[in-house]
Write a protein that binds this ligand. Sequence first.
Ligand code: ADP
Length: 274
Amino acid sequence: GEALAVSARVAPLGSRLVLLLVEDLTEARRIEAVRRDFVANVSHELKTPVGALSLLSEAVMDASDDPEAVERFAGRMQIEATRLTNLVQELIDLSRVQNDDPLEDAEPVRVDELVAEAIDRCRHQAGTKQITMAAGGTADLHVWGNRGQLAAALGNLVENAVNYSPARTRVGIAARRMSASGGDLIEVSVTDQGIGISDKDKERIFERFYRVDPARSRATGGTGLGLAIVKHVAASHGGEVTVWSSEGQGSTFTLRLPEAGAARDRATDHPSGL
Ligand code: ADP
């Protein structure tokens, strides 16, 4: 009787353990597949501009007695070299946000400074497309985090808004404080009147290298890594990034981040992190 009781007690425990092990294996396999896809994607993305550069340099050599052709090929080489530089820089940024703990050098960061920096970064591109940029509501707001990472995240959102909008439209950046159960949050949203994103694509745009229209993304110097960086920065700061969009009408990307004061209060209230 006793042996039976013991095995009856072990059995449900045992099956739960097996189930956990199976789940662990599946998760490990999924992570491995994601890693393999990423390496394959990086190789492909690097090969494309390198291959183009190699062909173009051959073309330059063959056309040495045709100065116009040489100039044309050299121009295209410059575009490919820029593409390569952007990709390598974004890969470095992505690996940095994935490996560094942003809260190690966290500080209160002024939202108006982040916004001004993001606008500055896109001023040239917006100017050539006659896109108006306007910001509001940012005064006296502070978020808690790593200044460099937060600037990269907001910069990417504003850059995308400009890149995926037609000429003579408007990009608006708005900030406000929101009460939330865990402390106040700062919400920064970037709204464009651009091409918009379908519901199907909305689920995938935050993945590394996912682009709705790869040709369009490449033409504007896109790498497909920007939103993956934004998502990682938001999450590691205890925040989130969400998107609202209507195809052909425009998009709004919203970053929610802990407010400077609120984040510090939370850290002292709950030293265990719970
Ligand atoms: P990319 O370097 O291609 O811009 P991102 O990761 O920043 O890479 O964005 C992924 C894809 O999401 C883009 O290629 C584009 O298709 C789509 N996307 C991002 N932002 C916008 C936007 N504001 N409007 C429309 N589409 C966007």
